[in-house]
Design a protein around this ligand. Structure first.
Ligand code: HEC
Ligand code: HEC
Length: 361
């Protein structure tokens, strides 16, 4: 009995201690940086060349949208780092987005999708933009019937799944295609696998800063440079925030996410939309930094045009907001250190598969 109480006491103490530590975000050491493991593929959606090809056609096909104007590639362009180089994502005609379109590079490795993490998997997410009135504004049941009118699709669904066109097959094919958008063989990877010449002296100093004085590793860790967590950095509000159509999208989305008093919401609540916890207000997902040179502008709302601006922002300790992450601290970087850090970020740019706009069936 006594021993049990003692053991229990220790258990409580240790739990409190680790809670305190994780509260400060220091629980354990951050996952090590390094080359990416093979792409994770769910058992019920194996990658086959035919399926990937079908997914690619669907990805580029504007007929997936309500008015035939917008494809996935409209907002995730291979030639613009699988995002667009505008701060505000494009949107369905007549409406406006409130966020920057995230890159799809290495999206297969993301544990949570969307800037606020509301989508759990690529298969589940694929229908989101199709249905979303801000993105493609299409009724999925109608879309299936529409695609059945295109013999090229009927034939391909038959080949891949042995069925006619289905939502399930469409989701899986798009997800399979997305899993092929992977960057490999960046100078950083070559360095980590033994080519000690692959990083310049500046990039090497940058790597050390990244893991030390500049504190980036606290959130950008593991092979894909993300902890898959959500943090409020105090990113400044974007100039487009007060546009009436952006405000309409913000209220619509808050209503869809079941926020009480959604019609009073006038800014992007970030992770709060999913959890409804005050600590998550203004928190967004840590994005990958791989190929980050190709995905400007930066942050969930595209407020920073260059990586130098991003580094200056971190150097200041982020923005001035009430519930900023305690991990954000002023860094006191010298001009030399800032340029070293930039050289390291540049060394994360690897090779992407070449994807041309396909001829549609
Ligand atoms: C009109 C622009 C637009 C279109 C069309 C569009 N997207 Fe997106 N996509 C976005 C924006 C903006 C986000 C971020 C949304 C958010 O955070 O609320 C996003 C997020 C995503 C994400 C999450 C990425 C991550 O790492 O969090 C995936 C995956 C994705 N889109 C795939 C697709 C697919 C597949 C299609 C076509 C079926 C598509 N998108 C069509 C703009 C678009
Ligand atoms: C407290 C966690 C945290 C730390 C520390 C941190 N980041 Fe970030 N980083 C994030 C989050 C979260 C975002 C997205 C924020 C948003 O959009 O509101 C982000 C975004 C970025 C982006 C923009 C990427 C894109 O695709 O838009 C870059 C570049 C970046 N960070 C680099 C760095 C560098 C360099 C450091 C170190 C000086 C660093 N980060 C430190 C969490 C962090």
């Amino acid at each position: 009995m006594r021993i049990n109480t003692l053991t229990f006491g220790w258990f409580i103490l240790v739990s409190i201690f680790s809670l305190l530590l994780s509260g400060a975000g220091m629980a354990g050491t951050p996952a090590a940086l390094g080359p990416l493991p093979p792409v994770p593929v769910p058992e019920d959606n194996p990658l086959t060349p035919e399926k990937v090809e079908l997914g690619k056609l669907l990805f580029f096909d504007p007929r997936l949208s309500g008015d035939g104007s917008t494809s996935c590639a409209t907002c995730h362009l291979p030639s613009q780092g699988w995002t667009t180089n505008t701060p505000q994502s494009p949107a369905y005609p007549t409406v406006m987005e409130r966020r920057n379109s995230p890159t799809l590079i290495n999206v297969a490795y993301n544990k949570a999708l969307i800037w606020d993490g509301r989508a759990p998997s690529l298969e589940k997410q694929a229908l989101g933009p199709i249905r979303n009135p801000i993105h493609m504004n299409q009724n999925p049941d109608y879309l299936v019937e529409e695609l059945k009118a295109i013999p090229g699709y009927v034939k391909r669904f038959q080949q891949v799944y042995g069925t006619t066109v289905t939502i399930e097959g469409l989701r899986k094919a798009i997800a399979a295609f997305e899993r092929t958008i992977v960057t490999r063989n960046a100078p950083f990877d070559r360095y980590m696998t033994g080519d000690k010449q692959a990083l310049s002296a500046a990039a090497l100093r940058g790597l050390e800063l990244f893991q030390g004085k500049a504190r980036c590793i606290l959130c950008h860790n593991g092979p894909n440079f993300t902890d898959s967590q959500f943090h409020n950095l105090g990113v400044p509000k974007p100039p487009f925030l007060n546009h009436p159509l952006v405000q309409a999208t913000i209220r619509f989305d808050a209503k869809r996410m079941k926020v009480k008093n959604y019609d009073q919401v006038s800014e992007d609540l970030g992770r709060y939309l999913v959890t409804k916890e005050d600590k998550d207000r203004g928190a967004f997902k840590t994005p990958t930094l791989r190929n980050v040179t190709q995905t400007a502008p930066y942050m969930h709302n595209g407020v920073f045009q260059t990586l130098a601006e991003v580094i200056d922002f971190y150097d200041r300790g982020g923005g001035a907001v009430p519930n900023k992450s305690p991990l954000m601290q002023p860094l006191g970087l010298t001009a030399q250190e800032k340029s070293d850090l930039l050289a390291f970020l540049e060394a994360l740019t690897g090779e992407l598969p070449v994807v041309e706009t396909p001829e549609l069936p």
